[in-house]
Design a protein around this ligand. Structure first.
Ligand SMILES: Cc1ncc(C[n+]2csc(CCOP(=O)(O)OP(=O)(O)O)c2C)c(N)n1
Length: 455
């Protein structure tokens, strides 16, 4: 029987699928155990997904690496969040002495036996019973208080062992708590102490949902939590909607960083609407903060060539939406973007500045094909994707609304997306298109060898 080819998902669809997978695993486990708290994992799945996917510096292959970020689920009754994450990330178990790595920390079978004796997925997280759990939580207030202890420990380790330029201990501690944790006296004492010590590196997310086990908390928990924490000396950001660039800008202004380097894009100032327009709006929002802000506007990423890998390898052809094939485009490697952003952060400046960033030489689609030919050791040529076929091709790749992307590529091809100074100002990237494509091919070949071995 022929198997249907899996549909390729866009980034947003993949995020949604991952979040819903955490949710459905949690619902199924609670249903099977006939006990537990399904509501909290449902509500907090997007938050923990963003923390684990985008922020947490944690290696599932080595969950005891000393400088890992710590994640503390103070509302331990939502333990299914943690079991889902440990299972889905493939986090490995360590032995009781916390020295050796072994089998998965949590298996699907453990989740099927959620809250049963012997399962690595108990009702509440238990330190050392399940690897990846940083603190035993469940008694409300305990986790958030322990996370304060962890931040004190980190500060001590850093002051003892960090040397200038060698920050051995610079990890963050991320804790999530709910109303119940903040009603418990122990959390007040610990958080007040944290404020007194001026601890950094401790980031607490308060699930201010106004609901506790017996219903709405309004009748028995009326503190203004934000004001209480401000009184302790904490830096409190209220109601941050991570989906809105204005909200992020306001949060940044409130956080009062000394300076900001913001990754924007070529075309942020384009005269017509296109996929890059939101970056322009983001620049406007951030500019309003009055902070010293650098908008780093890189050109087309060379690593977009990864999309052409399969066709270059299999057919010796790359299909180009950028056209004509000999038209030079401002491009840059993502490695140069990271390096230059770090350099910029070390500089001092005032007000707003724009840094346009491209490699020393502009790149044509033909040059990308030639780079593939060199790296693969076989002929590869570029072929134009006719404009009339773009929409269908993008939809086949899983894009629901291809128009903004098509407008963006039109912008590059028609020249209304370009650098104002034609690249005359700003630093230059070091990585050439040949090097960028060779690096992509090397990664792909390593992957092919590894999957071949796994078979
Ligand atoms: C010290 C302590 N008291 C009581 C409980 C029982 N308990 C478990 S969950 C819960 C409600 C927690 O409410 P909240 O923190 O608002 O979480 P949400 O209902 O929003 O998930 C309670 C009272 C507990 N775990 N620990």
């Amino acid at each position: 029987m022929q198997q249907a080819k899996p549909k390729s998902l866009t980034g947003a669809e993949l995020d949604e699928l991952a979040i819903n997978t955490i949710r459905t695993l949690s619902i199924d486990a609670v249903q099977q155990a006939n006990s537990g708290h399904p509501g909290t994992p449902m509500a907090l799945a997007p938050l923990v997904y963003v923390i684990w996917n985008e922020v947490l510096n944690f290696d599932p292959q080595d969950p005891i690496w000393p400088n890992r970020d710590r994640f503390v689920l103070s509302n331990g009754h939502a333990s299914m969040l943690l079991w889902s994450l440990l299972y889905l990330t493939g986090t490995r178990a360590v032995n009781a002495q916390y020295e050796q790595l072994g089998a998965p920390a949590v298996t699907l079978d453990d989740i099927k036996h959620f809250r049963q004796l012997g399962s690595k997925a108990p009702g509440h997280p238990e330190y050392h019973l399940t690897s990846g759990v940083e603190a035993t939580t469940g008694p409300l207030g305990q986790g958030i208080s322990m996370s304060v202890g962890m931040a004190i420990a980190r500060k001590w380790l850093a002051s003892r062992y960090n040397k200038p330029g060698f920050d051995v201990f610079d990890y963050n501690i991320y804790a999530i708590c709910g109303d119940g944790c903040l009603m418990e006296g122990v959390s007040h004492e610990a958080c007040s102490f944290a404020g007194t010590l001026g601890l950094g590196k401790l980031i607490v997310f308060y699930d201010d949902n106004g609901i506790s086990i017996d219903g709405k908390v309004v009748g028995w928990f009326g503190d203004d939590t934000a004001e209480r924490f401000e009184a302790y000396g904490w830096h409190v950001l209220r109601h941050v909607d991570g989906q809105s660039s204005d909200a992020v800008a306001a949060a940044l202004a409130a956080a009062r960083p000394g300076k900001v380097v913001c990754l924007s894009t070529i075309g942020a100032d384009a005269p017509h609407e296109n996929l890059l327009t939101p970056r322009g709006l983001m620049e406007l929002s951030l500019e309003k903060t009055g902070l010293p802000v650098t908008f780093l506007r890189p050109g087309w990423f060379m690593e977009n060539a990864e999309w052409d890998m399969a066709s270059a390898r299999e057919r010796g052809i790359i299909t180009s939406y950028l056209q004509p094939l000999d038209r030079p485009i401002a491009m840059i490697s993502i490695h140069d973007v990271g390096r230059i952003a770090a350099d910029l952060l070390r500089e001092e400046w005032s007000g707003k500045r724009i840094v346009e960033l491209e490699a020393a030489e502009r790149t044509t689609p033909n040059a990308i094909a030639a780079a593939f030919a060199k790296a693969l050791g076989k002929p590869v040529r570029a072929q134009i994707a006719p404009r009339g076929e773009w929409e269908q091709a993008f939809r086949a790749q899983g894009m629901r609304n291809p128009t903004p992307r098509m407008q963006m590529i039109d912008g590059f091809n028609e020249g209304w997306i370009d650098f104002k100074t034609q690249g005359a100002s700003g630093p230059k990237g070091r990585v050439t298109i040949d090097e960028a494509v060779a690096a992509l091919v090397a990664v792909e070949e390593k992957r092919q060898v590894e999957t071949g071995r796994a078979r």
